[in-house]
Design a binder for this molecule. Structure first.
Ligand SMILES: Nc1nc2c(ncn2[C@@H]2O[C@H](COP(=O)(O)OP(=O)(O)OP(=O)(O)O)[C@@H](O)[C@H]2O)c(=O)[nH]1
Ligand SMILES: [K+]
Ligand SMILES: [Mg+2]
Length: 368
């Protein structure tokens, strides 16, 4: 493990020493590729060690979605968990009060959302400082990252944390790059650009593919703005995770109104004070929106829909997913469904298994 960390340092140093210009562009691209590979290795679990590698905390997933609370020490993660769930996680003024993952359940609109309170992380977490790697692994398994920030601390805290998550392959509030890559058994490398690329060229991609020993593959770059980093993300796609992130500034009781206003206008951002109970419910509402979960109410023929109990499915779900939520074998008996609500073109609309559902749809399933 030390060995890999040293190698990473060496490459990082070399990249810092190398001036950025046309002549060094290919070399830098190659170094980036090497770096991404080493970092992925660093996160592989090492056999025989219980703490090392990418092992997360031993908390099994439960409920309809998982939200991870990530932040520096003492920003108020445990205070927030204790406020929005029935779980009491220890709160104190000193750093590293929380030493492991503490799960709580947030009930919202009939859904159960698992919220994970995590130990604070510090700069260098991705390289294994503190419990950083475990925290980051837990964050990687979540559907939404809540980055809790202290409104009274320096502004760079957010960029520092983002960099730590970025280093281990988490991509916040971003879509996967629009690059198609398919490995083949033979035929060499074929690279096509849909439009003239602004930041890439064929030679650069060849070099990087060779570094990854990918000698037979087809590449189609659809995005003219794609970068070397995007290309590496596509190659390393098994190690990349695209997760939504909500930035939450806590302790706004201790900052000026002007500053508060500035923070509140940043994208994907909420502000709150757990101490004064300000904005906490807004954060909870935003969590629900960002999770993009869908509530489906079912209705039996001739009866009113059961609004007291919702079935929860993920965004982009279909009637088939709804059937699977109800019972594993239901879709074998499925004839058609009637849908009332936002996804229906007329009311009710008769649909098949492939119909995409929307939040608060009412569905009646008719079986054979
Ligand atoms: N002024 C102010 N203090 C707060 C607020 N929320 C939490 N605190 C205080 O901040 C300190 C740290 O709170 P914790 O909830 O333990 O923070 P944490 O992020 O869980 O800390 P670690 O587990 O050590 O990483 C405590 O003294 C809290 O009382 C707030 O809204 N305003
Ligand atoms: K603390
Ligand atoms: Mg804590």
């Amino acid at each position: 493990m030390v060995n890999i960390t040293e190698k990473i340092k060496e490459i990082e140093d070399e990249m810092r020493r190398t001036q950025k210009n046309k002549a060094t562009e290919y070399h830098l691209g190659l170094l980036k590729g090497k770096l991404a590979r080493l970092r992925a290795q660093l996160l592989e679990p090492t056999p025989g060690s219980s703490t090392g590698g990418g092992a997360g905390f031993d908390v099994s997933k439960s409920g309809d979605a998982r939200v991870a609370l990530v932040g520096f020490p003492s920003v108020g993660k445990s205070t927030f968990l204790s406020k929005i769930t029935k779980t009491k996680s220890e709160v104190a003024a000193y750093s590293f009060t929380t030493l492991t993952a503490i799960p709580g359940v947030l009930e919202y609109g009939g859904a159960e959302i698992q919220v994970l309170d995590l130990p604070g992380i510090i700069e260098g977490a991705a390289e294994g400082k503190g419990r950083g790697r475990q925290v980051i692994s837990a964050a990687k398994t979540s559907d939404l990252i809540l980055m809790i920030l202290d409104a009274t601390k320096r502004a760079e805290q957010r960029a520092l944390l983002e960099a730590e998550l970025e280093t281990v392959g988490i991509r916040l509030n971003r879509e996967p790059p629009n690059i198609y890559l398919k490995t083949k058994k033979a035929g060499g490398v074929k690279i096509t650009f849909q439009a003239p690329p602004k930041n890439l060229d064929e030679k650069m991609l060849f070099n990087i593919l060779r570094e990854y020993k990918m000698l037979n593959c087809e590449v189609l770059v659809r995005d003219e703005n794609a970068t070397v980093d995007d290309f590496i993300d596509v190659i390393m796609k098994d190690h990349r995770k695209y997760i939504r992130c909500l930035y939450v500034y806590n302790k706004i009781d201790s900052v000026s109104l002007d500053f508060l206003d500035k923070l509140a206008h940043e994208p994907h951002t909420c502000v709150m004070s757990c101490e004064l109970d300000l904005g906490v419910q807004d954060v909870v509402d935003q969590i629900w929106q960002d999770l993009r979960l869908i509530r489906i109410y079912t209705k039996r023929r001739g009866e009113d829909p059961g609004f007291s109990e919702a079935l929860i499915v993920r965004s982009n779900s279909t009637v088939e997913d709804v059937c699977d939520q109800i019972h594993r074998s239901l879709k074998e008996k499925f004839k058609y469904a009637l849908v009332w609500g936002a996804s229906a073109r007329h009311i009710p609309q008769r649909v098949g298994l492939g119909h995409a559902v929307a939040d608060e749809d009412v569905i009646s399933i008719v079986t054979k």
